[in-house]
Design a protein around this ligand. Structure first.
Ligand SMILES: Cc1cc2nc3c(=O)[nH]c(=O)nc-3n(C[C@H](O)[C@H](O)[C@H](O)COP(=O)(O)O)c2cc1C
Length: 224
């Protein structure tokens, strides 16, 4: 396989929300994540902590989650708020538009709350991905270190893209902080930020045809 340029990897990476049941080797995941830790961090704190599920651990976690979803479809109390309350413009519209575009690809109407809830629960199955990583942060850390974690995550996603492996970062796991921490054995000083689904995209799944729009460069970049 020809090595992708960084630009190609940036172009190729997108959030995939339907995966094929094709395994990904632990060795590949270990190699990518280890290289992703070359990401910069303020003070070189490297404030990230990752736990990987694959093969048997993913199968055991899936059984656990099926039980949890049956008991409590809405999830556990979150430990952080994903979006600010009363999102203002332009964020509110951007969030609304990506949601509507996704449900349009899925053929789910705005009124069909049940289908939307069912879809949300697909997040809780990593969209069928065979492997995943959970990303934790020490609770003492603040916004600068959360930003560091984001850089590491994007580096990992680009390196996965280079390997022809697809991903979806998932803040939806903020609905299951206790279940996840207990399962992976995370110490109490760590806080779950997100999951990262890892696998091979199902090319026939309509949801994977979604191409998320971006604001124009003029809107977000100003040369002074
Ligand atoms: C930290 C983070 C968390 C995210 N959480 C979710 C999630 O829980 N579920 C989901 O379907 N997409 C999630 N996304 C994907 C975003 O919706 C997606 O990145 C955005 O719409 C841009 O699309 P693209 O990634 O395909 O370019 C998340 C993205 C990031 C960076």
């Amino acid at each position: 396989m020809a090595v992708l340029s960084v630009s190609d990897a940036v172009r190729r990476r997108k959030s995939v929300r339907a995966f094929l049941p094709v395994p990904v080797d632990n060795a590949v995941i270990a190699d990518v994540l280890a290289r992703a830790t070359r990401a910069p961090s303020g003070g070189n704190l490297q404030p990230w902590r990752l736990f990987v599920l694959n093969g048997d651990s993913m199968a055991r976690f899936a059984v656990l989650m099926a039980g949890r979803l049956a008991e409590n479809p809405m999830g556990e109390p979150p430990q952080y708020q994903v979006y600010p309350q009363n999102l203002k413009e332009p964020y509110r519209t951007r969030r609304f538009e990506i949601g509507e575009a996704m449900y349009a690809h899925l053929g789910i109407s705005r009124a069909d709350k049940f289908a939307r809830l069912q879809w949300l629960q697909n997040n809780d199955r990593f969209f069928g991905a065979p492997a995943a990583a959970f990303c934790f942060m020490d609770r003492i850390m603040g916004p600068p270190q959360w930003s560091d974690l984001g850089m590491m995550l994007q580096t990992a996603m680009l390196l996965f893209a280079e390997q022809g492996i697809d991903t979806c970062p998932q803040e939806s796991w903020s609905r299951w902080p206790k279940t996840v921490a207990d399962f992976v054995g995370a110490p109490p000083d760590l806080m779950l930020f997100c999951g990262l689904a890892i696998g091979h995209a199902d090319p026939d799944a309509p949801v994977n045809k979604l191409a998320a729009a971006r604001a124009s460069a003029e809107e977000v970049i100003t040369f002074i």
